[in-house]
Design a protein around this ligand. Structure first.
Ligand code: ZN
Length: 244
């Protein structure tokens, strides 16, 4: 998921187990965004901010708080969601559906399995000449280029020998043919209000020659939050992994 405090920084650790450096830490119970959580110790792996993992009562990792290096009181809280897309975008409402194979005609399914086109990347490679597109969570962070041959028109996710390839951003000819898949090829549906479309299909910027007024700033930083003190009625607790 992307840092809100330092946009452009991405957290790749999405594990739910307690981190090693939080074992046996004594933690208070905090209420953050309506969640009751235990907070671990500062994660030494991160230097862009002061990062603390948050744990549920069962000591599952449920999110993190990231605090400005210069001002501890300036912080954001990020939560894990049920799906990788929801977590990446910090959105509720993503729905995990069937795998993509169940929506394909049998002959197409057989061909893709026989050819080994069964990962998101190899599947998408076969779609580039048509309107269908696959999107997986990491693609939101790093959009792929498509290599297009100026001679024969071949399109591929990687440059091909013998062709004159020009790299261009992956296009999305129609939103109806965009399939959001995880690495198991399960199709996920975005909530109607998802900002995923803004990420995939950026709106054209107003041209610099346009001398009309600047558009109003629509994107607002979430306000800084104040961390309430831990409740006095709850005794501090030592974080230990649950018995296996
Ligand atoms: Zn070619």
């Amino acid at each position: 998921m992307e840092s809100e405090l330092v946009p452009g920084f991405f957290y790749k650790d999405s594990g739910r187990d307690i981190t090693e450096h939080d074992l046996d830490i004594v933690s208070d119970l905090w209420t953050i965004d309506g969640h009751e959580v235990y907070r671990g110790s500062r994660d030494p792996r991160y230097t862009h901010a002061q990062v603390y993992w948050l744990y549920s009562e069962d000591l599952d990792r449920v999110g993190l708080s990231e605090h400005s290096l210069s001002d501890q009181a300036d912080f954001r809280v990020l939560w894990f969601r049920d799906t990788d897309f929801g977590t990446f975008l910090q959105e509720d409402g993503w729905v995990r559906g069937e795998d993509i194979w169940s929506s394909l005609p049998r002959a197409v399914f057989d061909r893709f399995v026989n050819e080994g086109w069964t990962t998101p990347t190899t599947f998408l490679e076969q779609c580039l000449h048509g309107p269908a597109r696959l999107v997986w969570p990491a693609m939101l962070r790093t959009p792929p280029d498509v290599y297009v041959c100026t001679t024969c028109g071949r399109r591929s996710l990687s440059p091909k020998q013998g062709c004159q390839m020009v790299a261009e951003p992956l296009d999305f000819p129609t939103t109806e043919k965009v399939f959001f898949v995880d690495e198991d090829m399960i199709v996920h549906r975005p909530p109607p209000t998802s900002r995923v479309w803004d990420l995939l299909i950026p709106q054209p910027q107003p041209s610099p020659s346009d001398d009309s007024q600047e558009p109003p700033e629509t994107e607002q930083q979430p306000p800084a939050q104040t961390l309430p003190p831990p409740g006095p009625e709850t005794p501090p607790r030592t974080l230990e992994p649950p018995p296996q």
